[in-house]
Design a protein. Structure first.
Ligand code: 5AD
Length: 475
């Protein structure tokens, strides 16, 4: 049986797409290889959000092809995902030994195409066409990939983005927003819960826009849908829910919330302007919805927010953080920020610093602006010199790290509930879990703890990590 190695770059949506491809291939008899050198097929699932991510994948492929050539091995190689979509055949022009280029609406065709390539029926395959209903094809999971049950799973609820932020390439790589139906998503979540999953993260490029274009069709039951895992469960129907007026995304949260066996629900990534009052209220109303929100800010300057086409102001954003904290005191707030967007002045940047001081994020992912092809920002005047982008990156990083360290330290001595995920990757004697507000906790644990909701007392902190002791709580 052929073996396959998949390497993933970029976001959680990419991780999820890779998992679905791996599950599809395993179902066809492929085995998962531990390294690229040992594999008959190597697939790189790529990211286009910054130039650096693209270059990393291109260099990696160059190395893989070079090694295979020098060791006289034949290997089928392919690019998948965002860069495959945006660059298409150009990737084969650049690296002629690459066999497959698979776009973001074609992940479900991986097995069929690899069969053809392995059988020598076709020499090269490039497929980056749009495909109707492809948003509903990312549904298979690899829960038993490690012979242990996963505690936490990711479920893709939609594809694409219509926001057209001026810096962002995603609308070009992921296409228009398309959402799966609620019964389809709930069936997948139920099946996961029946297989032992306790926590589900709903995924999409812009989950707060879920179902906005489909509206009532989100309740449609499709004919090829699997039946609920529990036949006695009442069938889902819209009218059984109390809040007919809520947004499609909140309707979805409510439907997933009903699933027995699920303990925790999260979602990513949202848009701050998608947090209507119904979503804020959902935090107060739905106990399984974890008190954690990722709110991509991008900039604290109104002038830049406008140039970025973000659709909110600094004041609106601050208002949202206050509302969320009122709805769920202790909610963990994280963010994404771009430094050095075209035209960003020192004053604009200081607005970002001051907003970070005011909000006190639990963590912030900071990105140096990277011009992306065919995006409006790439052609804007006053591109910020690389050295200035670097310098602002460091200053902001220092600030957010200081704030985060203080916020983490404040946990010392406190008791928190964690969901135990499994052994820590770095030290197998330690087990890892997450608090409801999405902080990682390490403790001396064992297999018996996996999947448990446990109370631990936090004893000390490390870099973005809490160290807990379950024994102290249990005496
Ligand atoms: N340059 C730098 N960062 C970017 N992001 C998106 N596009 C760019 C770009 N051109 C960042 C945003 C987004 C995160 C996923 O990546 O902060 O929220």
């Amino acid at each position: 049986m052929p073996s396959v190695f998949i390497k993933t770059y970029g976001c959680q949506m990419n991780e999820r797409d890779s998992e679905a491809v791996a599950a599809q291939l395993v179902a066809k008899g492929y085995v998962l290889a531990k390294s690229e050198a040992a594999a008959d097929v190597v697939l790189l699932n790529t990211c286009s959000v910054r130039d650096f991510a693209e270059q990393k994948a291109i260099n990696k492929m160059g190395n893989i092809l070079g090694t295979a050539r020098s060791e006289q091995r034949t290997q089928i190689t392919g690019f998948m995902g965002c860069m495959a979509q945006s660059r298409g055949r150009e990737l084969i022009d650049r690296l002629p030994d690459v066999d497959l280029v698979l776009g973001t609406q074609k992940f479900h065709r991986a097995a069929e195409y690899l069969d053809e390539l392995l059988a020598g029926k076709r020499d090269k395959i490039v497929d980056v066409e749009a495909e109707a209903k492809s948003e509903a094809t990312i549904r298979e999971h690899l829960l038993n990939g490690s012979a242990k049950t996963s505690v936490s799973a990711f479920v893709s609820i939609m594809q694409g983005c219509n926001q057209h932020c001026t810096f962002c390439i995603v609308p070009a790589t992921r296409g228009e927003e398309r959402s799966r139906t609620i019964p389809d998503i709930v069936a997948e979540c139920r099946e996961l819960a029946a297989r032992g999953v306790r926590e589900i993260t709903l995924l999409g490029q812009i989950v707060t826009s879920y179902g906005r274009r489909e509206q009532r069709d989100i309740w449609q039951v499709t004919s090829d849908m699997k039946q609920p895992a529990e036949p006695h469960e009442t069938p889902l129907c819209h009218s059984s829910l109390s809040t007919l007026h809520s947004s499609p995304f909140v309707q979805l949260l409510e439907a997933v919330h009903e699933i027995d066996g699920l303990e925790r629900i999260r979602f990513t990534s949202p848009h701050p302007k998608g947090y209507g009052d119904d979503l804020v209220a959902a935090y107060a109303r739905l106990p399984k919805l974890c008190e954690s929100a990722h709110l991509p800010l991008q900039s604290g300057s109104d002038r830049l927010l406008k140039l970025m086409h973000r659709g909110y102001t600094r004041e609106k954003f601050l208002g949202l953080t206050r509302k969320l904290r009122r709805a769920r005191p202790g909610i963990g707030l994280t963010t994404d920020i771009i430094v050095g967007f075209p035209g960003e002045t020192e004053e604009d940047f200081e607005q970002t610093l001051s907003l970070c001081r005011e909000v006190e994020f639990d963590n912030a992912y900071i990105f140096k602006y990277s011009p992306r092809r065919d995006t409006p920002a790439a052609a804007m005047p006053d591109q910020v010199p690389v050295a200035v982008r670097e310098e602002r990156n460091h200053r902001l990083l220092d600030l957010v790290n200081d704030i985060a360290a203080r916020k983490y330290d404040a946990f010392i001595g406190r008791q928190v509930q964690i969901l135990v995920e499994g052994p820590s990757r770095k030290n197998a004697a330690r087990y890892t879990g997450r608090t409801r507000c999405n902080k990682i906790v390490l403790f001396d644990g064992g297999e018996r703890h996996r999947g448990q909701l446990m109370d631990v007392k936090i004893e000390r902190t490390g870099s973005f990590t809490l160290y807990g002791d379950p024994a102290i709580v249990n005496v």
